[in-house]
Write a protein that binds this ligand. Sequence first.
Ligand code: NI
Length: 157
Amino acid sequence: MTIRKIVEHPNPVLEMKCETVTQFDKPLKTLVKDMFETMYDAEGVGLAAPQIGIPKQIAVVDVGDEKGQIVLINPVVTSSNGSQTGPEGCLSFPGLFGEVERPFDVTVKAQDENGKYFTIKANDFLARALLHEIDHLHGILFTSKVIAYYENEEMER
Ligand code: NI
C-alpha cells in the first residue's frame, strides 16, 4: 500500500466533475486500499479520489463506528431527510473548519470495489461524511456550503 499525496485547495482537480468508474479491476482495488491508507495517515474520516488527483467517482469513508470501512464507487443519494448543522473540515483545506448544514438521514446507492451494488442508510455524523465525500465527486467543496467559519482554537477535529 502506498500513501498518496493529498491535493490541497486551490487545485482545479478538486472542482472537476468526476468520471464514472466502469472497470472494476486490480488497479482499482489497489487505489481503494491506498485511499484508506492515505486517509488514516492524514487522520481523516473520508477521502475522495480527486483529493489524490484522480477525477473518478471513488470515495472511502471510515468514521470509526460499527459500519467500518465504506467504499463508495459511483454513489448516488437516493433519499435524504431532516437536517443537521455542525462542524466540518476537509483534508484538502488543512486547518479550516466551518459550520455546514446537511440532511440528518441519507440513503446512498453505490458500488463496491468489485462492482457489486449496495445500499447504505446513515444518519448524523456518518451521513455528513458520506455527503461531504459525494459532493467531492461532483466538484463541490464544503466551503461552498459553510454558514460560518470557526477559529482554529475552537475546533480540534
Ligand atoms: Ni473533503
